[in-house]
Write a protein that binds this ligand. Structure first.
Ligand code: URA
Ligand code: CA
Length: 433
């Protein structure tokens, strides 16, 4: 096989066989196919697309490029949840203990990564003592005994995706449905999920800004999952504003605790109920979404979910007294309100701008080696549909540095204020399974 022929084939809109896709991904992984040929191929895919079979073959080839995690020693159906993009998304912190309290095994392999806030691991490390430095065996034992554990990504998972993503980033080929879908699904499958619930965000702050594109992406991922033997469902949820009120590491832990206590933000609670119901059904712990939702509500009202969080924190050496004394979480030195410059109704909060504002405060990493400040972040005081008077706080900044001007500018720019009354957007647009 010659790569030039395969590029030509894709350029002319033909489909690849499994062998051809494996040849390309293997060749790229071991450097026998150069970047420039892969770039041309990715661009051909961008314009010519891939059919469902090719997408599944590509995903599988990326999975096979590195290690895969074997979770078969964990009893039960391992259901993973993945949210595409979004800002201040606190759902993982809530869902892990919530669904685990119903006996669904949660074996979370997570990263730190770049972004507006830290990854799930950074957030959990805001809890004093909490450690993800556990062995694979401890990880498996913990899930078997306590139903939930989180471990850092140490294994060499999907190296072909890392390489390809880096190349796509500089060749204007990120925004391609088959390439995004195979990239995301390969990581879920390599980390051992039996079943997958996807939370595909849509709106100004999401990867896919148009609902039609978000649906297309969701459908593509669901088909790949099902094609590769993983039951997969997708929920398309709103990102025309950040979820909940808090964006930041310790701040989101506090918000997750509130939610598990039954008094979290309405939108965050509702999305967790929706995603959680799908997880519980896929794990065979309920036969309908309605039944699953009732079980989840009962887990919150009875305190079972909160108790599960406590056990989870303690089993990874964390100080669970933060549940009742959240002031033990890292606290920022300064609180600065950002005030509305005009009156009206909030019509949009561009989530990625708010995210950048949080990153400028130190809540996230701009580069791999940046230090993260777990205490800092942003509290949204107004959300879409709210009325605001000139001079009223839009957000409160939590900072450890008095100079917050750069962050403030981003926040003011991210808030859209309309003179007309604005309806609250729907939270869930569609479900695909
Ligand atoms: N996130 C990923 O993991 N991969 C993509 O291709 C796009 C977003
Ligand atoms: Ca949040």
């Amino acid at each position: 096989m010659r790569m030039v022929d395969l590029i030509e084939k894709k350029r002319n809109g033909k489909s690849h066989s499994k062998e051809e896709i494996e040849f390309i991904i293997d060749g790229y992984s071991n450097d026998t196919i150069p970047d420039y040929q892969i770039s041309a191929w990715a661009m051909a895919i961008y314009f010519q697309d891939m059919n469902q079979q090719e997408r599944a073959f590509l995903t599988d080839a990326i999975v096979q490029s590195g290690d895969t995690i074997d979770l078969s020693a964990i009893e039960g159906v391992k259901v993973d949840k993945h949210s595409t993009g979004g800002v201040g998304d606190t759902t993982t912190l809530v869902l892990a203990p919530l669904v685990a309290s119903l006996g669904v095994p949660v074996a979370k392999m997570s990263g730190r990564g770049l972004g507006h806030t830290g990854g799930t691991i950074d957030k959990l490390e805001a809890i004093p003592g909490f450690s993800v430095e556990i062995s694979n065996q401890q990880f498996i034992d913990l899930v078997n005994t306590n139903k939930a554990a989180v471990i850092g990504q140490t294994q060499n998972l999907t190296p072909a995706d890392k390489k390809l993503y880096g190349l796509r980033d500089v060749t204007a080929t990120v925004n391609s449905i088959p390439l995004i879908a195979s990239s995301i699904m390969s990581k879920k499958i390599a980390s051992g999920a039996d079943a997958i619930v996807l939370d595909v965000k849509t709106g100004a702050g999401a990867f896919m800004k148009e609902l039609s594109e978000s649906k297309e992406l969701a459908e593509a991922m669901v088909r790949i999952g099902n094609n590769l033997g993983r039951q997969t469902s997708a929920v398309i949820s709103d990102m025309s504003q950040p979820l909940g009120f808090m964006i930041g590491n310790a701040l989101e832990v506090k918000e997750a605790i509130d939610t598990l206590k039954g008094h979290g933000p309405e939108d965050l609670t509702e999305l967790c109920m929706t995603l959680g119901s799908h997880m519980v059904v896929l794990a065979n712990k309920a036969s309908t979404l309605t039944e699953a939702r009732e079980l989840l509500q009962e887990a919150i009202s009875s305190g079972k979910a909160l108790e599960q969080f406590k056990v989870f924190i303690e089993s990874q050496n964390g100080d669970s007294s933060v549940i009742d004394e959240p002031e033990k979480l890292p606290q920022a030195k300064y609180k600065v309100d950002v005030l509305a410059e005009s009156e009206g109704y909030i019509s949009g909060i561009v989530a990625d701008q708010i995210g950048t504002a949080a990153m400028l405060l130190g809540a996230g990493r701009a580069t791999k080696t940046s230090e993260i400040d777990l205490a800092v972040g942003i509290e949204l005081r107004k959300k879409i549909g709210d009325k605001v008077q000139k001079g009223e706080p839009l957000v409160t900044i939590y900072a450890n540095n008095q100079d917050v001007d750069a962050s403030k500018q981003k926040i003011v720019a991210s808030y859209e204020i309309s003179s007309e009354k604005v309806d609250v957007p729907p939270l869930v647009y569609d479900v695909i399974s």
